[in-house]
Design a binder for this molecule. Structure first.
Ligand SMILES: [Zn+2]
Length: 133
């Protein structure tokens, strides 16, 4: 996978709520009045186009759509596209272990001491056990 990630990376007026939630360990999505869920960086609902968007908390569960390894970093970064249980896709990276397409993953919040918190994923479901095949 190449190209920019779609998740907000810098704090501004639009993403402040997102970063504040991450800082308290919550992953937020946008929700329109019809209950559709969209990625946090959209300006309008992915499904119906509504711009009347509110924030809602994600379960943090999802499965892997695609993965790619960026060898330009040391150590290499495993980039992962996850489809969340709520429907939206999250462009993130793997924090530990390894995953393949279709694997169940759980979103965790990484909180570096010197910057904004950001979401990462780890293999397996909420109970922390590795997914069986
Ligand atoms: Zn909608």
């Amino acid at each position: 996978m190449t190209g920019p990630t779609r998740a907000p990376a810098r704090r501004d007026e639009m993403t402040a709520t997102w970063f504040d939630a991450l800082g308290s360990g919550r992953l937020l999505l946008r929700a329109c009045p019809h209950g559709h869920m969209s990625r946090p960086d959209v300006l309008a609902c992915d499904v119906c186009g509504s711009v009347d968007l509110d924030w809602t908390e994600s379960s943090g569960r999802g499965s892997v759509v695609a993965r790619a390894v960026d060898h330009a970093t040391r150590p290499p970064t495993c980039l992962v596209v996850v489809v969340l249980a709520e429907g939206p896709w999250l462009f993130t990276r793997l924090d530990e272990g390894d995953v393949a397409r279709g694997d169940v993953v759980t979103v965790r919040i990484a909180a570096p001491g010197d910057g904004e918190a950001y979401p990462v994923v780890v293999p397996g479901g909420w109970d922390g056990s590795p997914q069986g095949h």
